[in-house]
Design a protein around this ligand. Structure first.
Ligand code: GDP
Ligand code: MG
Length: 163
């Protein structure tokens, strides 16, 4: 399968909401961490005539003090390995967390093209806070609202240009 765009990020940043918006699909939200394959959801999307697959890596969660337990690492690693582009989703309403920093390190080591996507920027008032995520050290940063669609067109323009 070619042209794979994987959405990665910690729980509750809005990965599944963005997945649904990009694919126009609805899907069951699986809470349990019960298997590496089952917890990755695939959908099709097309933008500016370019077809691509979107992967929602939503199955993993922080459910213990060990925020980087093995099952989490496995799923993130597989999603990253198979992807052509990573959308590293973060949440402007919570700001930067340790988990974000940890994922940033994993993503950097993969050497895959990655865009930081600051989600929940529902109004322009949140733009100054969103800029703070540049401190993660990635060049490309986009601000979106997966709920109302703000910024998602610009993001998709950049994604298909980079595929
Ligand atoms: P996931 O765990 O990363 O898949 O996150 P979900 O897609 O399940 O979303 C977690 C929560 O954030 C839900 O209550 C969503 O409605 C909410 N959410 C997602 N995107 C946005 C957004 O752009 N703006 C706001 N205000 N809330 C959002
Ligand atoms: Mg989810």
């Amino acid at each position: 399968m070619a042209n794979i765009v994987a959405i990665v990020g910690r729980p509750n940043v809005g990965k599944s909401t963005l997945f649904n918006r990009l694919t126009g699909q609805r899907h069951a939200i699986v809470d349990e961490v019960s298997g590496v394959t089952r917890d990755r959801l695939y959908g099709k999307s097309v933008w500016n005539g370019v077809e691509f697959s979107v992967v929602d890596t939503g199955g993993y969660a922080i459910n213990s003090d060990d925020i980087f337990e093995e099952s989490i690492r496995d799923q993130v690693t597989i999603a990253i390995e198979e992807a052509d582009i990573l959308l590293f989703l973060v949440d402007v309403t919570t700001g930067l967390t340790d988990y974000d920093e940890m994922l940033a390190e994993v993503i950097r080591r993969s050497n895959k093209p990655a865009f930081v996507v600051v989600n929940k920027v529902d109004t322009g008032e949140r733009l100054p806070e969103a800029a703070y995520f540049y401190s993660l050290g990635f060049k490309e940063l986009f601000t979106i609202s997966s709920i109302n669609g703000f910024g998602t067109g610009e993001l998709m323009d950049a994604v298909v240009a980079a595929l």
